[in-house]
Design a protein around this ligand. Sequence first.
Ligand code: LLP
Length: 430
Amino acid sequence: SKTARKDDDGVLHVGGVAVPDLVADVNTPAYVLDEEDFRSRARAFREGFAGYDVYYAGKAFLSVAVAKWVAEEGLCLDVCSDGELSVALRAGVDPARIGYHGNNKAPMELRRAIAAGVGRIIVDSFQEIDRIADVAAQLGVVQPVMIRVTAGVEAHTHEFIATAHEDQKFGFSISAGDAFEAAARIVRQPSLDLRGLHSHIGSQIFDTSGWEVAARRVLALHARIAAELEHAMPELDLGGGFGIAYTTQDDPAAPGDLADRITKIVDDECTILDLPRPHLSIEPGRAIVGPAMCTVYTVGTVKQVSLDGGASRTYVSVDGGMSDNIRPALYDADYSCSLVSRRSDAAPVLARVVGKHCESGDIVVKHEFLPGDIAPGDLIAVPGTGAYGRSMASNYNHALRPPVVAVRDGQARVIVRRETEDDLLATDLG
Ligand code: LLP
């Protein structure tokens, strides 16, 4: 993160706080969240995507404090579950600035969201159209909705497939005509207000052509709905997915550059289709919180394991693992790490950092050069764990999920505390 630096003694400071001092209070593993970094990335998206609404995707990481920062920085909030909605409402986020996603929202969940005045619900199925219409009618309100469409674009990191098959659970297919049919049904419902279309093409994307192709396809549908249903939709959401650098190989574009490219395609296409340009929105999660957080672990054991051919590998075990970051095991995701509690001039060794769980796939960092004298008690930090780290953490092996400590201007504040054994046993009724 931006305020992270190592002093001459090799001690990492984040937000003006020395990490060894911080973990002396809260213990390890711990997530350290650089508040200024989070806020500045949020601002960079709001300013770079000027004229857009920027919805922070809470699934990447959400807590009451973070929801407040999001609102203070002028962003809206995307939630995709009842639990995330609870956090947003607890934080006092204006419900009108909340978007609600999900492919299977329960009727009770819809009722709560609509009663709370959620600004938009992103509709994902024909059944849901009727459910939302019924609840809104019962509550005597007109609910703004958007249609989640599949644009036939699938993007992953550096590549995208423009003819991606649509065999996945989200959204209404544009090519099969379902998305148009959904619009036709929604405009017939007096308790629904069809605000626009919504497309999300994937996550951890670097190549803007995916959004560009999706925008063209979605705008063509937008124009068809305007012409054939005589319904002008004021909005268009192009989703999230903006990539971040986990290792040094990736180089994400600045939000302003991304915005310029995407806006130009939308403008050109609207001119061709003779449409007024809809009000645009995006939903970045990872790109705002990912780089703002690191995870700090304590080394517990160091072991040499012989490999075929006579070589050996250094296995460094830490006090967390796949319960606080499932991404290496689930997606084969790459991270880096370094020693952060002291300086070492020992020659580096190529090490594998692993967790303490009962699975050999419990890897924290696959390959990293660490000082050859790495030893029990040393602290190591893994940067870039803010997105889908704590939010996908589990209690596997009855692990206690780690705290999130926000640091800023030399102050540390626990915004999510460590779970306790009582938390763990509270649901176990014996
Ligand atoms: N909007 C929608 C509708 C989404 O489904 C997502 C992510 C986002 C926005 C935010 O995407 P972001 O900007 O954070 O890439 N667990 C996976 C990522 C799953 C993303 C799901 N949807 C991971 O750890 O890589």
